[in-house]
Design a protein around this ligand. Structure first.
Ligand code: ATP
Ligand code: MG
Length: 310
């Protein structure tokens, strides 16, 4: 996608803004990829909420859920959509995926015209989930053609956030999967959210897969649902200055070696466990200012992920 500028807008999720160096680029196309129940809609509602707080115009194109259901879901998060805008009727549209082209050509221009008259500073557009649109155009060639047009149109109106269902489960970074390849390729930024089910801090996680024009933070970060609007990403590991200590604890060294070996494993699931174990060990290292401490004497954190999978 070509972008007009590099001005940034807040995603509505503080941790994501930290990882994306301040937020999403205006008029870009951004994707949240995750399997069922990972928090994609919650994410999209937090994005919408931020827009309403900022006085942005917001447009939520839902391909599955009705506006009243989404308004109810937002309310459960403490987002009073009707109270925040006079335009709640215009805000959420249930679009049938087979009518997407008709919507784009007949209905959207009228909505865009309305925006022009209102002289809004910025518009946020949500597509949730994009997946039924992908089914409408099964060939990648078609998907690429149609989505390019859709994104060109939408990103000229505002900053787009779309959610994409990930077909595979644990450990897969589906950048190459046929089901998600085209929209991921065409996106300016991609955030991957997962429910790993490991328990503890890394039960749910978030990772930036790509972000054009932004040197983003690598790594896997804990994701939590929070009271109030949405999701919190724990980016404390980004903010902590890494200490250059030499750790003499033999057990720690053993586990770090296991982490190193596991991070080269063919199995993506094992590589994720290695990454998380490394984070957990790293956190202990930072907490201990005294060298030679028994850093892993008391293991927990699910016994450092079952001693880095033995
Ligand atoms: N505050 C919360 N505390 C714990 N779990 C929560 C909270 N909010 C949401 N969840 C869990 O997250 C799940 C999914 O939220 P959400 O609808 O945002 O995910 P999704 O990825 O859009 O799912 P789907 O694939 O069904 O569209 C909820 O069904 C619920 O299990
Ligand atoms: Mg959803």
């Amino acid at each position: 996608m070509s972008m007009i500028n590099t001005e940034r807008i807040s995603s509505g999720i503080e941790g994501i803004d930290v990882l994306l160096q301040g937020g999403m680029i205006k008029n870009s196309v951004n994707s949240i990829v995750g399997s069922s129940g990972t928090g994609k809609t919650t994410f999209a509602l937090a994005y919408l909420y931020q827009g309403l707080l900022n006085g942005d115009h917001t447009l939520y194109l839902s391909f599955e859920e009705t506006p009243s259901k989404l308004i109810g879901e937002a309310e459960a998060l403490g987002i009073d959509i009707r109270g925040l805008t006079n335009d709640s009727e215009d805000l959420i549209h249930l679009v049938e995926s087979e009518k997407i082209v008709e919507f784009m050509t007949n209905i959207l221009p009228a909505l865009a015209q309305k925006l022009k008259h209102r002289n809004v500073k910025h518009t946020r557009i949500v597509l949730d989930p994009l997946t039924p649109i992908l089914w409408e155009f099964p060939s990648e060639k078609e998907q690429r053609k149609v989505l390019t047009k859709i994104y060109q149109h939408l990103s000229s109106l505002g900053t787009v956030l779309q959610t994409i269902e990930e077909p595979n489960a644990f450990g897969q970074t589906d950048i190459g999967a046929t089901e998600t390849r085209v929209p991921i390729y065409l996106s300016d930024s991609v955030v991957h959210i997962q429910n790993l089910g490991l328990g503890g801090k890394y039960n749910r996680t978030c990772k930036i897969i790509k972000s054009r024009k932004t040197p983003h933070h690598e790594g896997i970060y804990p994701l939590n649902f929070v009271n109030g609007p949405g999701i919190a990403i724990d980016t404390s590991s980004v903010e902590t200055v890494a200490m250059d200590t030499v750790v003499y604890d033999i057990r720690y060294q053993e586990l770090m070696k296991k982490v190193k070996d596991l991070s080269k494993d063919k199995d993506p699931k094992k590589r994720i466990i290695a990454q998380i174990a490394k984070n957990l060990l790293g956190e202990r290292e930072k907490k201990d200012t005294i060298q030679n401490m028994e850093l892993v004497e008391v293991l927990t954190d699910k016994q450092i992920l079952q001693e880095v999978k033995k």
